[in-house]
Design a protein around this ligand. Structure first.
Ligand SMILES: C[S@@+](CC[C@H](N)C(=O)[O-])C[C@H]1O[C@@H](n2cnc3c(N)ncnc32)[C@H](O)[C@@H]1O
Ligand SMILES: *[C@@H]1O[C@H](CO)[C@@H](O)[C@H](O)[C@H]1NC(C)=O
Ligand SMILES: *[C@@H]1O[C@H](CO)[C@@H](O)[C@H](O)[C@H]1NC(C)=O
Length: 488
């Protein structure tokens, strides 16, 4: 196994640096785009050692009459296709003529064996991802127009006018889409183990809501092409197939998809469901558009994991006009909790630990939001919605937000703040059946006293942690204090 990238994500996911000549010949752009690499490269077809990847590609065109960029375009090779082609050429030592007049399918490098690199640290393999990123940018007009801004930034960067760090998360495709494979490995390996899938499947509130929505709305799914973003064990895809979908495309980057492949076959659904291993942001779908996107992307505090970013990416790229994303509407609510016992146990505890004062630990304890089950009878306010997300309309930037809130206090305390189709919904609130999402609690170091009938006003700000866009920072402005919590 090897990684496809070793470069700086900013440079990698950005388009070529041209001289302002926007009409530059496409291939010309591609040479400049790969100018980053300067390791010696062995030619694919002879023993020549070239100074860089672009020099190698130029050499192949001039000396061997093979334009690799054309070959990639002709066979619409994705990352994996490109890598397999390079390894195929290197391992079979075929000459340049073997690339001309190839059939559309099957390609001679179809076998997974060609994913194994023939040369160690083959510089030609380091560019695969860059090419895929460019393809992606091409396909998404919106991304392309934003890429123009990045082009401008890149020019400034080249002139030494801005610091590299300022552009390292350019916002071109969004922080999650731009995560490098190695940066995101921990996230996807967490979904590789069966345990987390067992927990999700056994969460009946969650899984039965998806099932009921699909089974009770067969007219929504009949003969439709459905995309399941992050299919895991394939459960939602199988619900959709049973609900009458014509075709379901199920995508997951995690190793669990190999189980999903067996599961789909064991249930004789392989004609309906196509499984693809890969990040939705990186792969090519076998269809241009889909009628419906289904996904279970919800994290703790709804937005933790930032997986909704990937669903929006898929929506903007693949959803047909008039298509729908399900689930569609989501609310995040906040409520006040007055649980003196809990507060004692988590905060006052540190004042006297076996006779020692560990109060300084509170500074570490308080800023971490706690995911746990809150007892419904400890609520001391009505819940208030702080954000509504409509998955068919929301855009990426709206997933970071600030919202003023007003909590209607119902109990007096000395106390803590926390937080036409058939319609199917579920709640993860503390007063209904608990789910694996539990609740997210933001502890106050010092409890606030409130009176029944009082309005407790404040502001909540939710943003991604710049260092890890899958985790969140939540800030409360409450009674002239600013409190920031991390959720990780
Ligand atoms: C919360 S699980 C849901 C699994 C399954 N749909 C279910 O309901 O049981 C989310 C899954 O999405 C996958 N995933 C998250 N982001 C993804 C992305 N950008 N591309 C492909 N798969 C992704 C994860 O690997 C994980 O298996
Ligand atoms: C979500 O919040 C909106 C107000 O923003 C409210 O109208 C709607 O009923 C809420 N939905 C649910 C399911 O609570
Ligand atoms: C709040 O008041 C209600 C009604 O008086 C009571 O049943 C409930 O136990 C109280 N909750 C707390 C946390 O004090």
């Amino acid at each position: 196994v090897f990684t496809l990238t070793d470069g700086d994500a900013a440079v990698e996911d950005m388009p070529e640096l041209s001289d302002g000549d926007d009409d530059a010949d496409e291939d010309e752009e591609q040479w400049q785009w790969m100018e980053e690499d300067n390791q010696p490269v062995t030619c694919l077809f002879c023993d020549r050692l070239l100074s860089s990847v672009p020099a190698t590609l130029q050499h192949c065109t001039a000396e061997h009459q093979v334009n690799l960029v054309d070959v990639i375009r002709k066979h619409t090779l994705d990352d994996y296709g490109y890598i397999k082609m390079i390894n195929f050429i290197r391992s079979t030592k075929c000459d340049a003529s073997c690339l001309t007049g190839l059939p559309d399918a099957p390609l001679p490098w179809e076998s997974e064996d060609f994913l194994r690199p023939v040369l160690q640290d083959d510089p030609l393999l380091q560019t695969g991802r860059a090419q895929a990123a460019e393809e992606r940018a091409r396909r998404s007009e919106e991304a392309l127009s934003r890429a123009m801004d990045d082009l401008h930034k890149l020019k400034l960067l080249a002139q030494g006018l801005v610091l590299n760090t300022e552009t390292s998360r350019s916002g071109n495709l969004g922080a999650v889409a731009e995560l490098r494979e190695d940066e995101d490995e921990a996230y996807f390996s967490s979904y590789g183990h069966y345990g987390i899938h067992e927990e999700m499947l056994k969460d009946k509130v969650r899984t039965e809501s998806y099932r009921d929505f699909m089974y009770r709305n067969p007219e929504v799914f009949r003969d439709k092409v459905v995309l399941d973003v992050g299919c895991g064990t394939g459960i939602l895809s199988m619900f959709a197939a049973r609900a009458g979908a014509k075709k379901v495309i199920a995508v997951d980057q995690s190793e669990i998809i190999y189980q999903a492949m067996d599961i789909v076959r064991s249930n004789q659904l392989e004609d309906k469901i196509t499984l693809i291993k890969g990040r939705i942001e990186d792969i090519n779908l076998p269809v241009e558009k889909v009628d419906i996107i289904i996904s279970e992307w919800m994290g703790y505090f709804l937005l933790f994991e930032s997986m909704l970013d990937s669903v929006l990416h898929a929506r903007d790229l693949y959803l047909a006009d008039g298509g729908s994303v399900y689930p569609d509407l989501c609310n995040i609510s906040l409520a006040a909790v007055g649980d003196t016992q809990k507060h004692q146990d988590r905060i006052a505890f540190w004042d006297d630990v076996y006779g020692f004062n560990m109060a300084c630990m509170k500074k570490a304890v308080v800023p971490e939001a706690v995911v746990e089950v809150v007892k419904g009878d400890t609520l001391i306010s009505e819940p208030t919605v702080i954000q509504t997300i409509d998955c068919n309309r929301v855009c990426l930037s709206e997933l970071e937000f600030a919202s003023d809130f007003c909590l209607k206090i119902t109990n007096t305390t000395e106390c803590t703040v926390s937080n036409k189709h058939i319609y199917v919904m579920f709640s993860t609130g503390p007063q209904v059946t608990k789910t694996h999402w539990k609740q997210t609690v933001f502890l106050l170091e010092r409890p606030i006293s409130v009176q029944a009938g009082e309005d407790l006003k404040g502001k909540i700000t939710v943003r991604k942690n710049k260092k890890d866009p899958r985790s969140l920072l939540v800030t409360f402005d409450l009674r002239d204090k600013k409190l920031t919590y991390s959720l990780q």
